[in-house]
Design a protein around this ligand. Structure first.
Ligand code: ZN
Length: 70
């Protein structure tokens, strides 16, 4: 499983953000959003699930997904 697939799976399985990867606040013109904890690469997805944005770490050579120092 590649990194993107892994990241997308984490997002889809997240109950906190409802599988979107981002938490939205407010409504109408006045809204803001925050990246959910499940969204390692700060992905923004379109309706088809395609990646519109990532924070650049997705294309880094190899980052260890396990053993995060936190
Ligand atoms: Zn989430």
């Amino acid at each position: 499983m590649d990194k993107l697939e892994y990241a997308l799976r984490q997002i889809r399985n997240c109950d906190f953000c409802g599988g979107t990867g981002n938490l939205y606040y407010g409504s109408g013109e006045d809204y803001d959003f925050e990246v959910c904890a499940c969204n390692t690469y700060e992905l923004i997805l379109d309706e088809d699930g395609s990646v519109l944005w990532d924070n650049g770490m997705l294309s880094e050579p190899e980052l260890l997904m396990s053993g995060e120092a936190r």
